[in-house]
Design a protein around this ligand. Structure first.
Ligand code: RI2
Length: 343
């Protein structure tokens, strides 16, 4: 059985968390087979019932661990074949955030070397759960490092809804710093409403603004903290649509622009020339039926790219770095697997 939150975009991505958050639950879905675990998770990610780059990565890793735990096939070869299909289904659910790709690959990386079916399934359970736990720990570490950069009296701005960026703001407030926060609405999904709810519940002085108000308020802002869906080998940031405009306004106003990115948001694929696919979502997210004349075209890209020259700091669980340091971190992390990604 899998428990899924249907009315909150991102509050639940693990069963443990769901049990703690009973009040959020409006839908309990019964999953009958191991195949359904993967299909249900992929659908939750695609429909954004589970959203946020970190959460979708953990959801993917935990789904593969569940899949392995409940696998009833009889050979390691069958498991490898079925696991590959499961991984492909999860990866097709949302294309932009490399966190999902890294979570899936971290979960399946030791399967080839496993001698038996038991060893292979155990490897996926161990690696999937370990990725999810490390992912949560990374968000906590980023909160600790990022909060040190916030000064008492600061005015902050955040865009969309990033658990890593919100972690930084909450940690700064917990340290007793008096901060005020502007949070963008983040059309079309309006994840900014989740952000203001989370910050208000934490006792933070938060003001909701429409996306087009960013340049207008930026001269009053001391620091921007945003999350990341993908960071490329050149240190460019791929994040929620509008992030690059926030960065431009920050650059113009000489406001510090900080990216909160766990290292599993770094894309090893970009090191070898791959580009990042920018997801385009349904036009119904932008307008309701009949709201614009027939024949009007709607374009709904949901991420954009911020060049490294507009980024001051990338705050990771390994520490605070400049965009130019990303290449070195990626190479070190890939280590002996470096050539695996060059195909
Ligand atoms: P955390 C979100 O994407 C936003 O772009 C946000 O900045 C990013 O994921 C990172 O979020 P979406 O799923 O991992 O709302 O920091 O499209 O929570």
């Amino acid at each position: 059985m899998s428990i899924v939150c249907a009315n909150c975009y991102g509050c639940v991505d693990t069963r443990r968390r769901a049990r703690r958050s009973r009040t959020f639950l409006t839908l309990v879905r019964h999953v009958d087979s191991v195949k359904d675990i993967i299909a249900a998770t992929a659908e939750d990610i695609r429909s954004m019932r589970v959203r946020g780059a970190g959460r979708i990565a953990r959801a993917g890793a935990n789904a593969l661990a569940d899949f392995a735990e409940q696998y009833t096939g009889s050979s390691a070869a069958d498991f490898r074949r079925d696991l590959k299909k499961a991984a492909d289904i999860l990866l097709a659910s949302r294309p932009t955030a490399v966190s999902l790709w890294n979570g899936v690959h971290a979960s399946i990386r030791n399967v080839e070397a496993a001698a038996t079916l038991t060893d292979a399934t155990a490897a996926v359970v161990r690696d999937g759960r370990a990725f999810a736990a490390a992912s949560e720990a990374a968000v906590t570490a980023i909160a600790r490092f990022g909060a040190k950069r916030v000064k008492d009296g600061d005015v902050l701005l955040t865009h969309c809804n990033s658990s890593a960026a919100i972690g930084v703001i909450k940690a700064a407030v917990q340290q007793g710093k008096d901060v005020r926060v502007y949070a963008t609405e983040s059309r079309p999904w309006r994840q900014g409403f989740i952000t203001v709810k989370q910050l208000a519940e934490a006792g933070v002085d938060v003001t909701l603004i429409v996306d087009s108000a960013v340049r207008s308020v930026m001269p009053r802002v001391d620091r921007v903290f945003v999350g990341a869906d993908t960071v490329t080998s050149t240190g460019a940031l791929v994040n929620k649509i509008g992030t690059s405009q926030v960065a431009l306004a920050a650059h113009e106003a000489r406001t510090e622009f900080n990216v909160c990115a766990e290292t599993y948001k770094l894309s090893p694929l970009t090191l070898f020339g791959d580009t990042v696919t920018i997801e385009e979502r349904d036009t119904g997210e932008v307008v309701r039926p009949g709201e614009v004349p027939a024949g009007v075209k709607i374009f709904n890209p949901v991420f954009d790219t911020t060049p490294p020259q507009y980024i001051d700091n990338i705050i990771t669980e390994l520490g605070v770095m400049a965009p130019g340091s990303v290449y070195g971190v990626m190479v070190k992390q890939l280590g002996e697997h470096f050539s695996d990604f060059s195909e």
